[in-house]
Design a protein around this ligand. Structure first.
Ligand code: PEP
Ligand code: MN
Length: 342
């Protein structure tokens, strides 16, 4: 940590900073510059002290700003774990050379709908079936999902088709129940900072797909992942799904594809991109899927519905089975150019 003093900070201001650091059993190292002084803390600061100490120092007279030299997240960072993390789900690897595609409807609506979705996903070459049973809807009047009934359908269709499954869990007390039905727990964008949920999902040890909150910084996103890792769950995947848009007239969210190379650089966790929520418009999904893979994503989560027109949620951003098949056909040569398999 480095404390940078203002140009007109007094010797007394500097002494108070040095004293405050010392009171926390840390050594302060004043670094006088031409115009102003900086005070470094060369030793490592206990994680639980880091934020409080920074805030305290920031509040002292003559302090311009406090900068962290090391990152606030550790377990999620590449410094801690240099090699790429590969999450194993059934017999699949996510984060390895093979790009993984998760496809299926926003919401599970019926057994027949999921059978058609699974057939279409499988035929096009996707290996993971998605479907929401507990739906986080902005309006309390919108379809809330089939809940446990839906999970039973997803589990049955997953077993019959041989596809791995992913579904969202919204409540900490339902983590174990949802984990009994699905291979991957999804933590949705709205729940990225639901800390009790992150703790329970961490404790479960079950693979987790963590979606980035619509206004979360990458640091907040990685700190949310840190919760899962800190609670002893190494099976974590990050999912970029778009942030609040500047212009809602055209897209539902702004898919932050620059997050992909950044996350791949600073973290070892697999990165999945969701171009469906990222755009909100089915005709933009293929372009953003191609762009996501080109940016270095390890896979995609794509909404696909046997009949998007009659879907109970997110129909406008869902591909038809034919459109999904055509997308997968476009992705194959691209994967090859990128030196990856799909
Ligand atoms: C979803 O996957 O259907 C969903 C609700 O996603 P998000 O949390 O990204 O909005
Ligand atoms: Mn959806």
């Amino acid at each position: 940590m480095i404390v940078v003093m203002t140009v007109n900070a007094t010797e007394k201001d500097i002494q108070l900073v040095v004293q405050t650091i010392g009171e926390h059993q840390l050594k302060a190292l004043p670094l006088p510059g031409g115009e102003r002084t900086a005070i470094g803390i060369p030793s490592s600061i206990p994680a639980e002290l880091r934020e409080d100490l920074a805030q305290l120092l920031q509040s002292l007279s003559g302090v311009a700003h406090v900068t962290h030299v090391t990152r606030s997240y550790k377990l999620a960072s590449r410094e801690f774990h240099t090699a790429d993390t590969v999450v194993e789900v059934r017999d699949l690897s996510i984060g390895g050379n093979r790009l993984q595609v998760m496809a299926g409807p926003c919401s599970i609506e019926s057994y027949d709908q999921m059978v058609l979705a699974a057939q279409a996903a499988k035929q096009a070459g996707a290996l993971i079936l998605r479907g929401g049973a507990f739906k986080p809807r902005s309006s309390p009047y919108a379809f809330q999902g089939m809940q446990e009934e839906g999970l039973k359908i997803l589990q049955a269709v997953g077993q019959e088709s041989g596809l791995a499954t992913v579904s969202e869990v919204m409540q900490p007390d339902l983590v174990d129940r949802v984990a009994r039905y699905v291979d991957i727990l999804q933590i949705g964008a709205r729940n990225m900072q639901n800390f009790p949920l992150l703790i329970e999902a961490g404790r479960s040890g079950h693979p987790v797909l963590l979606k980035r909150g619509p206004s979360a910084t990458l640091e907040e996103f990685l700190l949310a992942a840190e919760y899962l890792l800190h609670h002893n769950n190494p099976h974590v995947m990050l999912c970029e799904r778009g942030v609040h848009p500047l212009d809602r007239g055209f897209t539902r969210n702004t898919l932050d594809l620059s997050a992909v190379p950044v996350l791949k650089e600073i973290s070892h966790l697999p990165v999945i991109v969701d171009p469906s929520h990222g755009t909100g418009v089915s005709r933009y999904v293929p372009a953003m899927s191609r762009a996501a893979l080109a940016a270095g994503a390890d896979g995609l989560m794509v909404e696909m519905h046997p009949s998007p027109r009659t879907a109970l949620s997110d129909g406008a951003q869902s591909l038809t089975p034919d459109q999904f098949e055509s997308l997968m056909r476009q992705l194959r040569p691209l994967a090859q150019v990128l030196g990856r398999e799909i």
